[in-house]
Write a protein that binds this ligand. Structure first.
Ligand code: MRU
Length: 342
């Protein structure tokens, strides 16, 4: 499978996730503005993938700057940085990746534009490669939480499409399958953008991992019937106390899991953890446009001007989370104390 994002010479190629699974179309971004728009429109999505795309976007932006001798590019750099930063507010990985790129810029700017360009591109490539390695480590730790024969519920898509490769929540499933465990996945359809129905089903099916699509409203019933043994989801931002922002609907799933004594696991890289936030109350929640809710697959399902709310994420309080799996290991409550530990 081609990765969700690939650097090809002087452009960033992304599989258009709005069109999957019906069409496999690739979008070529040659400017930082095109990258910013691709993130906003969700051509590319998923916290780690957004961070990787933004890092390449910043490198692309600086590559396009003219090398007039003696002129400082500080203001250009800031303009590019700010444009990429204001694409999607919730995923911590976006800000983390841009901050990493800025540190490289600050270290190399005195050496001239050529050195800056090379260093920024190298850093974007490193962020991408590290993410691939991190996901395998998350998978190795997380798979131990799943037993042979289990059915696992996931919400949204925290898979290869949302990362450099392999995935976080789906990485855990992949690693368990690689250990020979027979794991079946229940995928919530994940209204309104349908990441579960469109992306998770497509991705797992291509890997030969059994996957069953359910609507978001069915999860509680299957848990009550004992048909789900664990929930594994990804994350967009995790506060110091373990409160976790993820795709809207995750909170509902977590409450249902606790009520039905089903373990609820979050799988995410440490770059998703926001140590500056004591708890989830400070996590910015993106509100998206009303037409995502008014339509299904581009078809209007309500009045064209129906009043709509469309928060893209919710925050699951730490009390509902059985464990958080990162590339450093399996962290259990109290997260305030244990999240920082390897
Ligand atoms: O709006 P999206 O599709 O970018 O939201 C994605 C999620 O909520 C994922 O679960 C999260 O980013 C983790 S992806 C490894």
């Amino acid at each position: 499978m081609l990765p969700a994002i690939a650097w090809r010479g002087r452009s960033l190629v992304m599989i258009d996730q709005r069109k999957l699974p019906g069409q496999e179309v690739y979008v070529h971004c040659r400017t930082y503005i095109q990258v910013a728009q691709a993130i906003e429109k969700m051509v590319v999505r998923g916290a780690p993938a957004i961070g990787i795309a933004a890092a390449y976007g910043l490198a692309l932006g600086v590559m396009a700057l003219g090398a007039e001798s003696g002129r400082s590019i500080d203001r250009d750099f800031e303009r590019i940085y700010l444009r990429l930063e204001r694409t999607r507010p919730t995923a911590r990985n976006l800000f983390w990746a841009l901050e990493r790129m800025k540190a490289v810029y600050d270290r190399t700017r005195a050496e001239g534009l050529k050195a800056v360009r090379t260093a920024l591109l190298d850093e974007a490539k490193a962020i991408e490669q590290e993410d691939a390695d991190i996901n395998r480590a998350i998978g190795r730790y997380g798979q131990a939480l799943l037993a042979d024969g289990w059915t696992v519920l996931t919400h949204c898509n925290a898979g290869a499409l949302a990362t450099a490769e392999y995935g976080t929540a789906l990485g855990v499933v992949r690693a368990a399958a690689a250990e020979g465990k027979r794991i079946k996945v229940f995928a919530d359809e994940t209204r309104p953008f349908l990441q579960g129905a469109r992306l998770t089903v497509w991705e797992l099916d291509r890997d030969g991992i059994p996957v069953v699509l359910i609507t978001d409203s069915m999860a509680g019933w299957f848990m009550r019937r004992g048909e789900i043994q664990a929930v594994v989801v990804g994350a967009d931002r995790i506060a110091r106390n373990g409160d976790t922002a993820n795709k809207i609907g995750t909170y509902t799933v977590a409450v249902l899991a606790k009520e039905n004594r089903v373990p609820f696991y979050v799988a995410a890289p440490t770059s998703t953890i926001d140590l500056a936030l004591a708890d989830g109350a400070g996590i910015p929640i993106e509100e998206r446009g009303p037409d995502e809710v008014r339509t299904v697959g581009g078809r209007l399902v309500t009045l064209p001007d129906a009043e709509v709310r469309n928060p893209a994420f919710d925050v699951t309080p730490a009390a509902y989370i059985t464990a958080i799996v990162t590339e450093r290991g399996v962290h259990r409550p109290p997260y305030e104390k244990n999240l920082g530990k390897g």
